[in-house]
Design a binder for this molecule. Structure first.
Ligand SMILES: *Cc1c(COP(=O)(O)O)cnc(C)c1O
Length: 435
């Protein structure tokens, strides 16, 4: 495989862009090597500037549930473009998207559109703090909520579960208002609530943590999180930026039957265009300007082209209801991949939920062990993943370029793509074992 053009572009880009990319994982630091620069994509295919094509299992990190260039979204966007692409005024397109969502998801009584998941989370936290009059936020280690200061934190070493910054530039004073707790640990959570429950404005979590591997939580744990936050008067925020409209139309809230007070969306909601949203109980959302005193605004918020893409996406999801077929296909793929590893005598596990899957390498305590916290991921998984990743890439398969990111299936993935991945995975495993 040649990457000559990509190499040249990467060199040029690194001169003027930090790391050569506009979002860190794209630089391939987690797996090493030069990232192919993609010039086009359609169906399941990513096509790079050197003429290589790859079956895409990353799907723009989740939004493209129907594959690249879905015809319905494409047509809607083309029609939207012909009407002009930004008005900076009230318009009917966001209303259609808002109604589509609020009519189907009863826990979203009111909604506000923004441009990214990060913005949605920052805004939801601000509402929670205003409405409760409390400052502290509780988050879980291994959950990602975008790059807002309050959540770019890690568990501190000191007393009282105070977090410390997980990025340079995040003030210690901001981090100290966040409490970080382990996933999958009811008792630890109870203790935190006993001590600090009355100070916690909101508990935020990914009900399906999918940004540090796919850390599927037990329903009892999720229920415990909900009941503890209710009891202490803290708001429950589901960050469904990845799971919303992907695991079910109503996301994890629908799947597990827990209604959050506030919820954040992104990714699928814009069909591949930059859209985020936060919503929830009307009494909480009425805190937002111009209704209430919580300020939040956006020059390009509810951009009519992006809104139209979202409407097309959600209408198609509602009509086709692809969720159970996608889940079946993903389970099948996960089983086949695990079977190959077993036949080759290679320690590998594929955790899947709905249309998300995550490949982990290394020995587990028991064959049916489920990785539920970041610490349970075998240490050597990262190194093996990098080797397997590159072997797959050379054979035309594009997985998420990091051992800690999940991969996605779309409705465009067909049996021949699955067969190819399974076949190439066997070759990759053999190659790694020879080393
Ligand atoms: C992707 C993601 C975000 C951040 O969204 P951006 O659009 O990248 O800012 C926040 N929370 C979760 C759960 C995500 O998966």
């Amino acid at each position: 495989m040649k990457l000559k053009q990509s190499e040249a572009l990467f060199e040029r880009s690194k001169q003027i862009v930090p790391g050569g990319v506009h979002s860190p994982v794209r630089a391939f630091r987690g797996v090493g090597g030069v990232p192919p620069f993609m010039q086009s994509a359609s169906d399941v295919w990513l096509n790079d500037v050197d003429g290589n094509s790859y079956i895409d299992y990353c799907m723009s990190w989740g939004p493209l549930l129907f594959g690249h260039q879905d015809r319905e979204v494409q047509q809607a966007v083309q029609e939207a473009l012909a009407r002009g692409w930004s008005y900076g005024t009230a318009e009917p397109y966001s209303l259609e998207l808002a109604e589509l969502i609020t009519q189907e998801l009863p826990w979203v009584e009111k909604i506000r559109f923004v441009n990214s998941g990060t913005e949605a989370v920052i805004s939801a936290l601000r509402v929670a703090r205003a409405a409760t009059g409390r400052d502290k936020i509780l988050k879980f280690e291994g959950c990602y909520h975008g790059h807002g200061d309050s959540l770019l934190v890690k568990a501190g070493s000191g007393l009282a579960e105070m977090a410390s910054p997980d990025s340079a530039g995040v003030p210690v004073s901001v981090a100290s208002d966040t409490i970080v707790v382990e996933l999958n640990q009811e008792e630890a959570l109870e203790k935190v609530f006993q001590r600090q429950g009355h100070q916690i404005a909101a508990v935020i979590l990914e009900p399906l943590p999918a940004n540090c591997g796919l850390l599927i939580q037990r329903e009892e744990f999720l229920k415990k999180v909900a009941s503890l936050s209710r009891k202490s008067g803290s708001l429950l925020i589901f960050d469904e930026v990845i799971s919303g409209f992907r695991v079910a139309f109503g996301g994890m809230a629908e799947k597990i039957g827990i209604q959050p007070d506030l919820v954040t969306f992104g990714k699928v909601i814009g069909g591949g265009f930059p859209v985020g949203a936060y919503g929830g109980r009307a009494d909480l959302m009425d805190w937002v300007a111009p209704c209430g005193p919580v300020y939040q605004a956006g020059t390009l918020s509810a951009n009519p082209v992006a809104m139209t893409a979202g409407v097309a996406m959600l209408k198609k999801l509602k009509r086709e209801n692809p969720y159970s077929a996608l889940e079946k296909k993903t389970k099948e793929l996960a089983c086949q991949l695990e079977e190959v590893a077993q036949q080759e005598g290679f320690p590998m596990k594929v955790q899947s939920f709905s249309s998300l899957f995550w490949i982990v390498f290394g020995e587990m305590d028991t064959p049916d062990f489920v990785v539920r916290t970041p610490q349970q991921t075998p240490k050597k998984s990262k190194e093996v993943y990098s080797q397997v990743f590159h072997s797959l890439l050379e054979n035309g398969i594009y997985l998420a370029p990091s051992a800690y990111e999940v991969s996605f299936l779309s409705t465009a993935h067909r049996p021949e793509h699955q067969e190819k991945l399974v076949k190439v995975m066997r070759q990759a495993i053999r190659k790694v074992m020879q080393k």
